[in-house]
Ligand binder design. Structure first.
Ligand code: C5P
Length: 316
């Protein structure tokens, strides 16, 4: 990638990973997607993205990406943002990936959301949150959540987001096995096992969890049954985390990452050591106040008005 042009407006942003504190799949919808009830939560693991924007008559989007993905979601997000703003210019993206792919941690989705949040600021344009949310949903089911971060309920395809109040931060351990799970494939395996009978129970128990603010020592993930059947080493990881005192210990999204949350830092630290031989990192939950502060710090030098981050339609 060539050096960013002179006169470019630049920002370095962090795109956080997510875990699902709870994930229930109710059934297949007429549009082919599945109806979900989930609780998303941002965590401290993050990619770093350098974004440079220069106005010019012709649009060119360049990316320096170690994974060399043919169809990078961040590039699609940049194109969509420029089109929506009616702005042309040169966008240079440099991606430092730390969030593993195919792990259920929303890495690609978070990168895309980060571009949707940062590029309008660098271009000096404002896109209202409902418009951003629609753009995000067009890019992927997990993308809208990263516009708000913290803990949030996701319903529908996972794109209808209802922020939950901040809870005290917790620490944990994230184990990332060398397994790449295809989300579409995981849904295909799960779909025939979903029954309407269990739907009512799922909604009921999910509602009690959500009304408790998403913070719980339990939680469930409907994908575990099918994905752990295919990759028994993930079930073993979950057991090891539980034995180390994790509450809950769960797979994230459609896997393959498995996380455990602990009551104390000390317990987290010991659990991480106990997982010797596995790829595991210490994590902490990042609430919305911290998420917004992080975004504010990254972009404040470019922000001309106080209306940022875009206020939620639920904000009072
Ligand atoms: O929306 P996204 O592109 O991330 O979804 C990837 C795939 O996962 C979809 O093509 C679909 O097969 C499946 N999916 C689903 N129901 C959802 C979300 C995703 O069936 N709520």
């Amino acid at each position: 990638m060539s050096a960013p042009a002179r006169g470019a407006r630049r920002a370095r942003v962090r795109a956080l990973a997510k875990i699902n504190l709870d994930l229930r799949v109710l059934g297949k919808r007429p549009d082919g997607y599945h109806e979900l009830r989930t609780i998303f939560q941002t965590i401290s693991l993050a990619d770093t993205i350098d974004i440079a924007f220069t106005r010019s008559p012709r649009t060119v989007i360049e990316i320096e990406d170690p994974l060399q993905l043919a169809d990078n979601l961040a590039v699609r997000a940049a194109r969509l943002a420029l089109d929506t703003m009616g702005v042309s210019g040169r966008v240079a993206l440099r991606l430092v990936k730390r969030i593993p792919m195919g792990a259920g941690l929303g890495g690609g989705s978070s990168d895309a959301a980060a571009v949707l949040l940062a590029l309008p600021v660098l271009a000096g344009k404002f896109i209202p949150l409902p418009v951003l949310a629609q753009m995000a949903a067009d890019l992927g089911s997990d993308v809208p959540f990263f516009l708000v971060g913290g803990a949030a309920v996701g319903i529908g395809r996972g794109t209808e987001i209802f922020p939950l109040p901040d809870a005290p931060s917790r620490t944990g351990v994230l184990a990332v096995p060398d397994v790449h799970v295809s989300t579409a494939e995981a849904y295909r395996r799960l779909s025939p096992r979903l029954t309407t009978e269990s739907e009512q129970n799922k909604i009921f128990s999910f509602q009690s969890l959500a009304s408790a603010g998403g913070v719980s020592e339990t939680g469930c993930n409907d994908f575990e049954a099918v994905v752990m059947e295919q990759y028994p080493q993930l079930a073993l990881l979950k057991k090891r985390l539980e034995r180390a005192g994790a509450a809950p210990a769960l797979m994230s999204g459609s896997g393959s990452a498995v996380f455990g949350l602990f009551r104390t830092r000390d317990q987290s630290f010991r659990a991480r050591n106990a997982l010797s031989g596995e790829k595991a990192v210490g994590i902490s939950l990042v609430n919305r106040t911290r998420y917004r502060a992080m975004w504010w710090r990254a972009l404040q030098e470019h922000i001309e008005q106080k209306l940022w981050p875009p206020p939620s339609r639920y904000a009072r």
